[in-house]
Write a protein that binds this ligand. Sequence first.
Ligand code: FAD
Ligand code: NAD
Length: 397
Amino acid sequence: MSVPKIVILGAGYGGLMTAKGLQKELNYNEAEVTLVNQNSYHYITTKLHEPAAGTAHHDHARIAIEDVINTKKIKFIRDRVTSINLQQKEVQLEKGDEPLKYDYLVIGLGSAPETFGIKGLLENALFIRNIDSVRMIREHIEYMFARYPSEKKEELITIVVGGAGFTGIEYVGELVDRMPELCREYDIPLEKVRIVNIEAAPTVLPGFDKELVDYAVKYLESKGVEFLISTPIEECTQDGVIVKGGKEIKASTVVWTGGVRGNKLVEDSGIETMRGRVKVDEFLRAPGYDNVFVLGDSSLVFNEDGERPYPPTAQIATQQGQCLGKNLAALIRGGEMKPFKYEPKGTVASLGRKEAIGVVGNKKMAGGMAAFMKKVIDLRWLFLLGGVSLVLRKGKL
Ligand code: FAD
Ligand code: NAD
């Protein structure tokens, strides 16, 4: 007798949690569950700013999928999804000759950089996206620093970070930690290095608690970071960026952290999207498709009064995956699904290794305490994925 085929696309926070849930809930003969991911590893997106600055090796931000999934229960295919055909209920993979058939599809393919059509960004900027991209950023910066002592051009040691949302601020915090060591290595006076964080909105971290924002700005400025607020970047060139009003800031390194949109494969599949993200129903289903679930950065979930979408975070993706694992198990057993209800626990953003800002529950925190909390949150993800043994192997306090 054939069993239902569940295909999960993407081993990010949402996809992996769904797979782990199904692995726990289902018996061997209840469903055929397949997880597809383009790499043999899961990357811990929430830590990618560290290897991008060079404060941690990129291996700290990745985990082999086969170390956290029982491959006797979940079939793992390492391949790149190239298209999704919702009418035929199949997924095309780059290397696979035959399309992959499904009865239920889970799309957890994450995000892509939102460039708002800004001229030259895709060609000239670098992006904190995955292991390959952060390795490139680190090596690029090191090469520019290596050239400086002989060429003496200031732009070689000027780093522009475009966008002061959480990714931009966390990245700038890591850069600040890295600079003393990097300058020593390349014989560059630390005070000559420029880190310029450019933000279109009238404040950094728009929408976040003002007192904590002020704390972050004061701390980062004390370490030499220059903030340009109310200053939209309008073009990125090989020489740097041009901001509104036409002023040019010369920089050999431009890292774009100006926001994300859903993975393009999702809108290409014909599902209705907003900035590439699918407004899912209470069971995380795509509109018009009872057997297609979307989660994580490719999904859009509105708050209870329906006015604002929740920001795309690992936190919501993880909770969606946990809910979906249980719901899919119920569904194939003919049971009832439970609506997804997001429970925000708070937000903590690092400002390098020893500093952070955050709100957890109703409690605001800044400094060492917040930095410790951030590490605890990182450890929790390792625990959810691989229990105590993964925490001991990969965790860092
Ligand atoms: P992802 O985790 O991005 O996973 C998507 C997976 O799909 C990846 O494994 C990818 O390789 C795979 N994939 C993509 N395309 C294909 C394809 N074509 N074929 C096969 N596989 C494919 N959120 C928080 O809640 N807290 C934080 O502290 C936090 N810090 C962050 C720090 C940084 C530097 C960044 C960039 C983001 C941070 N976020 C944080 C946001 C968070 O990382 C994302 O919201 C989260 O990763 C989304 O999870 P996801 O499962 O949707 O996708
Ligand atoms: P974001 O959309 O939150 O921030 C992007 C920033 O770039 C905004 O402040 C925006 O005003 C600015 N911007 C846009 N266009 C610009 C332009 N032309 N010139 C200058 N600035 C411009 O994106 P993000 O920071 O990449 O975060 C993505 C998601 O990941 C968010 O949901 C965020 O909450 C989450 N995240 C969370 C954490 C954390 O919890 N510690 C860390 C990183 C990211």
